[in-house]
Design a protein. Structure first.
Length: 173
Protein backbone atom coordinates (compact mmCIF):
# COMPACT_ATOMS: atom_id res chain seq x y z
CA UNK A 1 0.00 0.00 0.00
CA UNK A 2 1.30 3.47 -0.83
CA UNK A 3 0.60 6.66 1.05
CA UNK A 4 0.16 9.26 -1.72
CA UNK A 5 0.77 12.19 0.59
CA UNK A 6 4.38 11.21 1.24
CA UNK A 7 4.90 8.59 -1.47
CA UNK A 8 6.28 6.01 0.94
CA UNK A 9 5.61 2.31 1.05
CA UNK A 10 3.40 0.91 3.77
CA UNK A 11 5.53 -1.01 6.27
CA UNK A 12 3.59 -3.14 8.78
CA UNK A 13 6.65 -3.22 11.05
CA UNK A 14 6.17 0.50 11.70
CA UNK A 15 2.68 -0.08 13.14
CA UNK A 16 1.91 -0.20 16.84
CA UNK A 17 -1.17 -1.57 18.57
CA UNK A 18 -3.19 1.08 20.36
CA UNK A 19 -3.69 -0.02 23.98
CA UNK A 20 -7.34 -0.34 24.95
CA UNK A 21 -8.61 -0.35 21.37
CA UNK A 22 -8.67 -3.87 19.93
CA UNK A 23 -7.94 -4.05 16.21
CA UNK A 24 -6.70 -0.45 15.92
CA UNK A 25 -3.13 0.45 15.00
CA UNK A 26 -1.08 3.64 14.86
CA UNK A 27 1.34 4.13 11.99
CA UNK A 28 4.56 6.17 11.95
CA UNK A 29 2.97 8.76 9.65
CA UNK A 30 0.50 9.78 12.36
CA UNK A 31 -2.51 7.95 10.93
CA UNK A 32 -4.83 5.42 12.56
CA UNK A 33 -5.61 2.10 10.87
CA UNK A 34 -8.05 -0.69 11.57
CA UNK A 35 -7.26 -4.30 10.85
CA UNK A 36 -9.80 -5.86 8.50
CA UNK A 37 -11.62 -8.93 9.79
CA UNK A 38 -10.21 -12.26 8.67
CA UNK A 39 -7.11 -10.96 6.97
CA UNK A 40 -3.87 -9.05 7.05
CA UNK A 41 -5.26 -5.96 5.33
CA UNK A 42 -5.47 -2.60 7.08
CA UNK A 43 -7.84 0.27 6.38
CA UNK A 44 -7.10 3.88 7.28
CA UNK A 45 -9.69 5.45 9.57
CA UNK A 46 -11.19 8.69 8.24
CA UNK A 47 -10.12 11.70 10.28
CA UNK A 48 -12.28 14.69 11.04
CA UNK A 49 -11.92 17.99 12.83
CA UNK A 50 -14.64 19.56 14.92
CA UNK A 51 -15.26 23.28 14.24
CA UNK A 52 -14.22 24.30 17.77
CA UNK A 53 -11.16 22.02 17.97
CA UNK A 54 -7.64 22.37 16.63
CA UNK A 55 -7.01 18.63 16.66
CA UNK A 56 -7.81 15.78 14.31
CA UNK A 57 -10.09 13.09 15.70
CA UNK A 58 -11.25 9.64 14.66
CA UNK A 59 -14.18 7.46 15.61
CA UNK A 60 -13.08 4.20 17.19
CA UNK A 61 -14.90 1.45 19.02
CA UNK A 62 -13.99 0.56 22.57
CA UNK A 63 -16.01 -2.27 24.15
CA UNK A 64 -18.55 -1.97 21.30
CA UNK A 65 -19.12 1.72 22.06
CA UNK A 66 -18.27 4.30 19.39
CA UNK A 67 -16.29 7.27 20.65
CA UNK A 68 -14.43 10.18 19.13
CA UNK A 69 -10.78 10.36 20.20
CA UNK A 70 -8.01 12.82 19.31
CA UNK A 71 -5.50 11.23 16.95
CA UNK A 72 -2.46 12.62 18.79
CA UNK A 73 -3.58 10.87 21.99
CA UNK A 74 -3.87 7.52 20.22
CA UNK A 75 -0.48 7.95 18.51
CA UNK A 76 1.22 8.88 21.79
CA UNK A 77 -0.32 5.99 23.70
CA UNK A 78 0.71 3.53 20.98
CA UNK A 79 4.28 4.68 20.38
CA UNK A 80 5.19 5.88 23.89
CA UNK A 81 3.17 3.22 25.74
CA UNK A 82 1.51 5.73 28.07
CA UNK A 83 -1.96 6.45 29.37
CA UNK A 84 -2.77 9.67 27.51
CA UNK A 85 -5.05 10.83 30.35
CA UNK A 86 -1.98 11.30 32.56
CA UNK A 87 -0.10 13.46 30.05
CA UNK A 88 -0.54 16.67 28.16
CA UNK A 89 0.48 16.02 24.58
CA UNK A 90 2.05 18.94 22.71
CA UNK A 91 2.96 19.32 19.04
CA UNK A 92 6.60 20.39 18.73
CA UNK A 93 6.15 22.21 15.41
CA UNK A 94 2.84 23.80 16.55
CA UNK A 95 1.09 22.15 13.57
CA UNK A 96 -1.86 20.38 15.18
CA UNK A 97 -2.43 18.32 12.03
CA UNK A 98 1.04 16.75 12.20
CA UNK A 99 0.58 13.73 14.46
CA UNK A 100 3.81 11.89 13.69
CA UNK A 101 5.29 10.31 16.85
CA UNK A 102 8.54 12.33 16.71
CA UNK A 103 6.49 15.56 16.63
CA UNK A 104 4.63 14.82 19.87
CA UNK A 105 6.06 15.99 23.19
CA UNK A 106 4.70 14.77 26.52
CA UNK A 107 4.22 16.70 29.73
CA UNK A 108 3.25 14.78 32.87
CA UNK A 109 0.18 16.20 34.59
CA UNK A 110 0.55 17.03 38.26
CA UNK A 111 -2.06 16.04 40.79
CA UNK A 112 -3.41 19.55 41.29
CA UNK A 113 -3.03 20.84 37.74
CA UNK A 114 -1.07 20.81 34.56
CA UNK A 115 2.62 21.63 34.43
CA UNK A 116 3.06 25.25 33.52
CA UNK A 117 -0.50 26.09 34.56
CA UNK A 118 -0.80 27.51 38.07
CA UNK A 119 -3.92 26.78 40.06
CA UNK A 120 -4.87 29.87 42.04
CA UNK A 121 -8.04 28.79 43.86
CA UNK A 122 -6.50 28.02 47.28
CA UNK A 123 -4.33 31.15 47.23
CA UNK A 124 -7.32 33.29 46.25
CA UNK A 125 -9.35 31.99 49.20
CA UNK A 126 -6.51 32.84 51.60
CA UNK A 127 -5.99 36.27 50.03
CA UNK A 128 -9.73 37.01 50.17
CA UNK A 129 -9.76 36.17 53.87
CA UNK A 130 -6.89 38.62 54.43
CA UNK A 131 -8.67 41.30 52.41
CA UNK A 132 -11.91 40.82 54.36
CA UNK A 133 -10.10 41.13 57.67
CA UNK A 134 -8.24 44.22 56.38
CA UNK A 135 -11.50 46.00 55.52
CA UNK A 136 -13.14 44.70 58.75
CA UNK A 137 -15.77 42.82 56.73
CA UNK A 138 -17.22 46.13 55.51
CA UNK A 139 -18.62 45.14 52.14
CA UNK A 140 -19.45 48.78 51.29
CA UNK A 141 -15.75 49.62 51.40
CA UNK A 142 -14.47 51.00 48.05
CA UNK A 143 -11.63 48.48 48.10
CA UNK A 144 -14.11 45.59 48.30
CA UNK A 145 -16.23 47.13 45.52
CA UNK A 146 -13.16 47.37 43.31
CA UNK A 147 -12.33 43.74 44.02
CA UNK A 148 -15.94 42.69 43.26
CA UNK A 149 -15.56 44.16 39.75
CA UNK A 150 -12.37 42.13 39.25
CA UNK A 151 -14.09 39.07 40.69
CA UNK A 152 -16.97 39.32 38.20
CA UNK A 153 -14.55 38.97 35.29
CA UNK A 154 -13.99 35.37 36.43
CA UNK A 155 -10.33 35.23 35.58
CA UNK A 156 -8.48 33.32 38.29
CA UNK A 157 -5.19 34.89 37.33
CA UNK A 158 -6.61 38.41 37.39
CA UNK A 159 -8.15 37.90 40.86
CA UNK A 160 -4.94 36.37 42.15
CA UNK A 161 -2.74 39.17 40.78
CA UNK A 162 -5.00 41.97 42.05
CA UNK A 163 -5.22 40.48 45.53
CA UNK A 164 -1.50 39.80 45.70
CA UNK A 165 -0.51 43.32 44.60
CA UNK A 166 -3.01 44.96 46.95
CA UNK A 167 -2.02 42.85 49.96
CA UNK A 168 1.69 43.34 49.27
CA UNK A 169 1.20 47.11 48.99
CA UNK A 170 -0.43 47.07 52.44
CA UNK A 171 2.37 44.81 53.73
CA UNK A 172 -0.11 42.11 54.70
CA UNK A 173 1.85 39.40 52.91
Amino acid sequence: MINFFRMETFDKKQMRKIPGYAGYYAYKNGRIYRKQKGGEAFRQIAEYRLPYSRYLSVYVYKNKIKEGVHVHKLIASAFRKINSNNYRILHRDKNFLNNEPHNLALRKLEAEGKIGVKTYSTDIKDFEALLKSYINYDYNNPVWNEYKIIKLKRSERMKYNWLKVFLMSKKLI
